[in-house]
Design a protein around this ligand. Structure first.
Ligand SMILES: Nc1ncnc2c1ncn2[C@@H]1O[C@H](COP(=O)(O)OP(=O)(O)OP(=O)(O)O)[C@@H](O)[C@H]1O
Ligand SMILES: [Mg+2]
Length: 252
């Protein structure tokens, strides 16, 4: 039956709030172990049914019955699956360029989940296919869901293009806060204050969710961890995903 995501949509009063759509780019930042991957998993489950292409540089994700691809040839072979799991055997740039080109040339819709964007990009470099997906993937519904521990160590295109920027508590280091502040149109000090308050109130796994279209900053309680559930197709898909436990920030 309806999971927490759908419950959130049904509870929404008045006009539906801006949720996550397949034409969106999403960036989730936070320190290690603070819930980025769990949140990404929830977002991906809430968007089903749609192909998921998971780039897993740390080799930490698990998809039952899906054999990971580890090189470009295996990626091509497995690209038609509903879930494509790629664990790079090499981080050299030509190899990353090749695999990202393969994904970019694959027709949408899909969710391209990059579980650590600083492993596949740097402030000065991003594989062309990945950069194209971020900048030009909206119309073809090539959603990019990028996660990072370090906002200042990823290519700037993720920060500038994302319709949703989600910051997990506790607050990141000052350099990272200053790096992302302009992208979410808030002062670094005010983000630091909001994140500290949120952490004090809810503890780990709470997050601030910036929505670019509406310039909202939402304060979100930790998502409840439940067993994986895939919402029934034909539900509220058009509105996309929204967390059930967010409220507007005072500084929104
Ligand atoms: N919302 C939550 N409620 C309760 N526990 C959570 C929640 N989110 C994450 N956790 C716990 O924290 C652990 C680490 O979470 P997760 O793997 O999502 O961290 P991460 O931010 O992806 O870390 P890393 O950067 O190292 O990949 C999970 O295995 C789970 O035990
Ligand atoms: Mg993780």
């Amino acid at each position: 039956m309806a999971g927490p995501l759908m419950a959130g949509l049904m509870q929404a009063k008045g006009a539906p709030r801006r949720g996550i759509r397949l034409s969106d780019r999403v960036l989730i930042a936070g320190q290690t172990g603070k819930g980025k991957t769990e949140l990404a998993r929830m977002i991906v489950e809430g968007m089903q049914p749609v192909r998921v292409i998971a780039f897993d540089p740390k080799g930490e994700l698990e998809f039952p019955s899906v054999e990971p691809a580890r090189n470009p040839g295996q990626l091509v072979e497995r690209m038609h699956g509903a879930v494509v799991h790629y664990i790079p055997a090499s981080f050299d740039r030509p190899a990353l360029e090749e695999v990202c080109e393969i994904v970019w040339e694959t027709p949408g819709p899909y969710i391209w989940w990059i579980d650590e964007a600083s492993e596949v990009s740097s402030p000065n470099w991003c594989p062309a296919g990945l950069r194209l997906a971020v900048t030009q993937g909206r119309q073809a519904e090539k959603m990019v869901l990028a996660l990072t521990q370090r906002l200042a160590e990823i290519h700037p295109v993720f920060r500038s293009q994302s319709e949703h920027v989600i910051l997990m508590v506790p607050a990141p280091i000052v350099l990272d806060l200053k790096t992302v502040a302009g992208n979410v149109r808030r002062e670094a000090g005010s983000l630091d204050h909001e994140l500290s308050q949120l952490h004090a109130e809810y503890g780990d796994y709470a997050h601030l969710w910036y929505v670019r279209d509406t310039d909202e900053l939402r304060r979100c309680a930790p998502i409840p961890l439940t067993s994986p559930q895939v919402p029934a197709p034909g539900g509220d898909e058009a509105e996309g995903v929204e967390s059930s436990s967010c409220e507007d920030s005072d500084s929104a």
